[in-house]
Design a protein around this ligand. Structure first.
Ligand code: CDP
Length: 222
């Protein structure tokens, strides 16, 4: 039977995971799964239902009642509707780490993530892909960069998308999410023992991508 390959890319907020993961998936013709978008879509659903994202029980009440998936363009959908723009709002960014700290919500989304990856070649990015979701991944990358550099990248990205934020807001959000993501009790953000760390602070996207592709080649992934 033909083996399916999986590449897990984890790391803190705005460390460049999704940009790099998309390019690699494209080059290798693998499916790209943005798990952060799924936590964002759940957060958006909670806000839309006028529930308090800081209230675990209230937030959990949507489990099994909403469907979070990706359409044929790989855009994130909530109950079949493309919400790729909505999930990038500041309100979602400010609340997503609370939602992502709730165990039952994580289990609900992890089930979908594993189903999407089943019998396919995938590049999946997030916080717990190498440590939990795909703990047997063929290659595990842990991408880091200084908080200042990450805030700077997010600030530029927001400007390009026409989103109103200041550099200070971005730095505050990056630091706040780092703290919540790495201190939650279930599946906190941390590198898998068998992951390869790449510090992207002074690297271009091309350099990071080439480095990962080179390691993937050495491992016989393509
Ligand atoms: O793009 P950015 O780095 O800002 O974040 P994201 O990948 O869109 O993820 C948004 C949030 O979802 C993160 O800050 C985490 O709180 C949460 N997340 C998670 O807990 N586990 C994942 N596998 C992916 C995201």
């Amino acid at each position: 039977m033909k083996k399916n390959y999986s590449i897990a890319i984890d790391g803190p907020s705005a460390s460049g995971k999704s940009t790099v993961a998309k390019i690699i998936a494209n080059k290798l013709n693998f499916i790209y799964v943005d798990t952060g978008a799924m936590y964002r879509a759940y957060t958006y659903a909670v806000l839309k239902a006028n529930l308090d994202p800081k209230d675990e029980k209230a937030s959990e009440s949507l489990i099994g009642k909403i469907e979070i998936s990706f359409d044929e363009n790989n855009h994130i959908t909530l109950n079949g509707v493309d919400v790729s723009k909505e999930v990038r709002s500041n309100e979602v960014a400010d609340n997503v780490s609370y939602i992502a700290s709730y165990k039952n919500i994580r289990l609900f989304l992890v089930e979908s993530q594993r189903k999407i990856a089943q019998n396919k070649n995938v590049v999946m990015d997030g916080r717990d892909i190498g440590t939990y979701v795909l703990d047997h991944a063929d290659l595990k990358i842990y991408q880091v960069a200084t908080a200042e550099e990450r805030a700077n990248r997010r600030y530029k990205e927001n400007l390009e998308k026409g989103l109103e934020t200041s550099y200070e807001d971005c730095l505050h959000n990056v630091n706040k999410r780092d703290y919540i993501d790495s201190h939650r009790s279930f599946c906190p953000l941390h590198p898998a023992d068998d992951s390869i760390e790449i510090n992207t602070t002074d690297m271009t996207i091309e350099e990071v991508t080439n480095k990962i592709l080179q390691i993937a080649k050495e491992r016989g992934i393509y």
